[in-house]
Unconditional design. Structure first.
Length: 136
């Protein structure tokens, strides 16, 4: 699969992840009264799991991680965890710079997601899904 197609599919997965992340963070803040910082501690791993499901079935379907399903998910979460730190750092900086975003964390989530997208694609492509699938 061409790199440009992989990147396009990865971005679709990113949109799915963003909807899960921003939607859950916004719901926790608006409906449950959670703090905007704490809401992301739940929404980020949920979004990362959603993107893993999409990317293993679509973006990297012709590539093999060489790991069991659980091990692949755990490795994905570890790799995306580094990207999540970039994402969360940007998110926190936006919340500090624009206090009104505490009521609208979905907007700050978008900023963090955009900054982390390229980093996450690179790590997924180069460190996890790197080998061609073989027929058994």
């Amino acid at each position: 699969m061409k790199l440009s197609r992989q990147f396009f599919l990865f971005m679709i997965g990113g949109i799915i992840g963003f909807v899960v992340d921003a939607g859950l963070a916004q719901a926790l803040v608006s409906w449950c009264g959670w703090n905007a910082y704490y809401a992301r501690l739940l929404s980020i791993p949920m979004a990362a799991t959603a993107t893993w499901l999409w990317n293993r079935r679509q973006t990297f379907k012709n590539l093999e991680s060489g790991r069991s399903l659980f091990s692949e998910w755990a490795h994905w979460m570890a790799l995306m965890g580094v990207g999540a730190l970039v994402n969360y750092g940007t998110y926190a900086a936006l919340l500090m710079a624009f206090p009104m975003l505490h009521r609208w964390p979905a907007i700050a989530t978008a900023g963090g997601s955009l900054v982390a997208a390229l980093f996450n694609f690179s790590t997924a492509r180069l460190m996890l899904f790197k080998g061609a699938k073989t027929s058994v």
